[in-house]
Design a protein around this ligand. Structure first.
Ligand SMILES: C[S@@+](CC[C@H](N)C(=O)[O-])C[C@H]1O[C@@H](n2cnc3c(N)ncnc32)[C@H](O)[C@@H]1O
Length: 232
């Protein structure tokens, strides 16, 4: 168990665990999915991307290989140690203030669903503070049935199973979500707080931060391209 865990977040399994319950060794094993394709299709070639919550660089490294420049931020030094070829910054996202702007700011991994609404406000303000006037913010949201289609599992062709076991209400519209990743030689679990956001609530949260949805990047609506609100 790592030090300074965020309240309501925990993880089990071999190796270091981040304050939000993620396992470093697990993320070092997970294959990348469609994220780099989605990003590459939405932003200009060669853009400078500020990636918030980069982990071990699962998405960072393919983005670098595609010719993007990436500044990678995470609050876990153990995660950042695994990142190669990108400038790395160890910080809670909500406190980040680099005094510079980027063509693209990326807030993936459902971080926008932070259980603590004040943390979510901080995350989105960080996105707004760091996006260039004509840049964009790419946000990954939960799918519509994320909290209701339970339990569910996916067997990955590379040889592990991921299960979302439960989402138990803990008050104030927040669920405690329990996930497990089972490999032949190791199992990791993560428990985290997640606040479902309707489309309207999501848009309100963006608006509070001075952002607005420009368009959805995927048919399921889970990836959104946002821009500065006009006049912000
Ligand atoms: C679920 S992992 C995903 C990592 C990476 N985006 C990926 O897809 O492989 C979430 C990462 O975000 C980091 N993280 C979560 N909340 C954070 C916060 N508020 N500030 C900084 N890092 C955070 C965690 O330390 C962890 O490395």
């Amino acid at each position: 168990m790592g030090l300074n865990m965020r309240e309501g977040y925990q993880g089990t399994g071999p190796g270091a665990i981040t304050p939000d319950g993620c396992a470093v060794e697990l993320y070092a094993r997970l294959p990348v999915g469609s994220e780099p394709d989605i990003v590459a299709a939405a932003v200009p070639a060669g853009a400078h991307i500020l990636e918030l919550g980069c982990g071990v660089g699962r998405v960072t490294h393919p983005l670098l290989r595609r010719g993007f420049t990436v500044t990678a931020v995470d609050e876990s030094p153990q995660m950042l140690q695994r990142v190669r070829g990108a400038r790395t910054i160890c910080s809670p996202i909500e406190q980040l203030d680099l005094g510079e702007t980027f063509d693209v700011v990326m807030l993936a991994s459902f971080l926008v669903h932070a259980g603590d609404a004040e943390v979510r406000r901080g995350l989105l303000r960080t996105c707004a503070r760091h996006v260039a006037q004509d840049g964009c913010v790419l946000i990954q949201r939960e799918g519509a049935d994320y909290h209701t289609d339970l339990p569910r599992e996916r067997v990955d062709p590379s040889g592990f199973t991921v299960r979302i076991l439960s989402a138990e209400p803990v008050g104030d519209g927040v669920d405690s979500v329990r996930a497990e990743y089972v490999f032949p030689d190791a199992t990791w679990t993560q428990t985290f707080l997640s606040r479902p956001l309707t489309g309207e609530q999501f848009e309100e949260a963006l608006e509070e931060a001075g952002l607005q949805t420009d368009r959805c990047l995927t048919d399921d609506g889970t990836w959104v391209r946002a821009v500065r609100r006009q006049g912000s």
